[in-house]
Every structure is written in structure tokens, then in C-alpha cells.
Ligand binder design. Sequence first.
Ligand code: PLP
Length: 369
Amino acid sequence: MKIPVSEPDLDESELNNVIQAIKSTWISSRGEFIEKFEKDFAQYCGVKCGISAANGTAALHLALLALGIGNDDEVIVPTLTYIATANVVKYCGAKPVFVDSTSDYWCMNPEKIAEKITEKTKAIIPVHIYGHPCDMDAIRDIASDYELVVIEDAAEAHGAEYHGKKVGSLSDIACFSFFGNKVITTGEGGMCITDNEEFAERIKLLRNQGMNPIKKYWHTAIGYNYRMTNIQAAIGSAQLLKINKFLQKKREIARAYSIGLKDLEEKGLIKLHPEMPWAKCIYWMYSILLTEKCSASRDELMVKLQENGIETRPFFYPVHTMKPFLSNEKFEIAEKLASSGINLPSSTKLKSEDAIYVIETLRDLIRPK
Ligand SMILES: *Cc1c(COP(=O)(O)O)cnc(C)c1O
């Protein structure tokens, strides 16, 4: 027996779309599903333009390039994120400048941004970590004070809301991933969304080797092959029809964990996945933090869970602690979160009896010192 952290939730509808794509012979980056998926996903987020990409990292890279981020620029990113957020800044020749998290909701702390801004700062990339939105008003206020652009990394937060507005609609360009463990998947895949048609055109140009869209094989910029295939979009179109069902399921799982583990939090042994009053968290991966009052360490607990057939994941290592981005600076909250956080099984295919089993196993293993 094995209960996974996540798994793709696929049925006949993806299969039928893929068959249709293959029968059409349009299996590369042209075909009926691509524009449909782009249009439908942008519309779902309440934004005008969607530009699909080969993966979420490519989408982020394209967004930075389209906004003119280049050599010697500085870009503000949280240190507690998936590595791609920092890597794409480097791809542009720019420097990621790290910011600590909030202990309340684990995202970039807006109060720590201003002190990091220099003459070279051009952009901020808030990351809606584990499905919880960032405080976008606070971030946008700073951005407008210092004339910076904002790129949301919404790879973990499809459908999450900030003051009732969907993430992805709260910045200059927002980027999503459709990797196999994301809220909806295309296998590998990603998308930029924006209300700005000029940015959209620029992204399309860079995605397609910088080729003039009218005069074929006339290249006006150094671009990339970052295109999504029609097969990926075929899968995505089927997935998108089920996104509300997936999100509902994720919230049900979150509710079960929050109720089932509540008294462990009351005893000070753990902290539950937060949801701020202004936020709708989608609990991409429902997570808990272990406190010092707990007898087992985070890593010991994960081993024991594994022995009981329960897969979990540790939080991301803070980016500034890893070789390519190594820094002596302390980011107290992010480091604390990273060393104490665990992602629990959060698949939309998680059976309710399995959720109960995970809760009971956690209750059994998490004890006071
Ligand atoms: C998954 C993810 C990405 C990158 O997406 P890929 O599709 O794997 O390239 C970027 N940022 C965050 C926060 C992610 O979780």
C-alpha cells in the first residue's frame, strides 16, 4: 500500500482529446486545442490573453524577457520557493535578490521587500506557495512606488483567490505550470497570462524563435523554442473542464486534515496549513509544520510515515542555501519553515478512508517530548 503526495487525475476525457489530436495529425505546436486551451484558461483566470509554453519554467523565462529583464538587473524573489523562480532570473543574466517569508501564511513578506530595492531592481516575483496567495495589494503598492513590474509565479495556485480575485489577474504577467503534480496537468506544460496585448505579442514572438508572425522565417529577436504541443493542450483542455471539481476536492481534503489534526495544533505540537481571512487557499499540497514540542524530528516523522505507506515531501530548501545561489544572509522564517514543513498526501484521487488513515497515523506518531 502506498498513498502518494499527488498523482495526475485523468479519465476518458483526456484520452478522447488526445485521440482526436492524433487523428488530426496535428501533434506538434499547431492544432485546434492550443488556442482553445489558452483562451479558456485565461478566461478562467479573468484575464484577456493566454500564451502557452513548454513548461512553467519556460513561461516564467518568457515573462521576464517580455518585460525586458536582462543583464545586471535585480529581481526580488522569495527564498522559500521552487528553484525555477530563481533560475529564470539567472537565465536572463539578472540577479535574484531573496526575501524572507511570513510565518503567518508562508509567502514572501511584503514588509521585507523595500529594504532589498536598489537602483538595479526591476521586478518582483511573488510566489503563491503551496496554494496560498501572496498579499498582492502590499506587493503592488511597493512595485508602483518604485516603478517595478510584478510577475506572479502562480504555478502552485490555479484558482486561488486574493480578496475574491483569482491569482494570475493581479500582476503584469502571471505564470502557471501544468506539470504532472500541479492542480491541472498537461504532462509538462505552462502558460503566461496577461491583460497587456503588447506583452502577449512579445511572449509569442520569443516563444517561437523570435520569428515575425506574418513574415515566416524572418527573425527579429533571439527567441526560444518554448512552444506547447497540441497533445499537451488536448490534455489541458479536458483537465480545465474539471478544475472546479479538483479544487473542491482539495478543499475537502484540507478540511479533513484541519479538523482531524486540530487538537495537535491546540497542544502546540504542529501548525496547520494557514488560510488568511483575505485569501482563498487552494491547498495545492496540504502542509503542516512540526514544532519543537514534538518528540520526533521532521525527517524522522517522514521516515515513519513512509514505513506506514504514506508518502510525504519536505518543504523546499530555501534557495539561498543551495550552491548556485549560496549566501550567508539569514532568512529566519523561511529557514524555519523549510526545516519543519511537510507536504501531506493531497491528490484529488485520495480516498476518504486513506485521508482518515493518514490522520490516524499522524496522531499516533506526533507526540510531545
Ligand atoms: C512547478 C513550479 C514551477 C515550474 O514549473 P515546471 O512546469 O516544472 O517548469 C515554477 N515555480 C513554482 C513555484 C513551481 O511550483
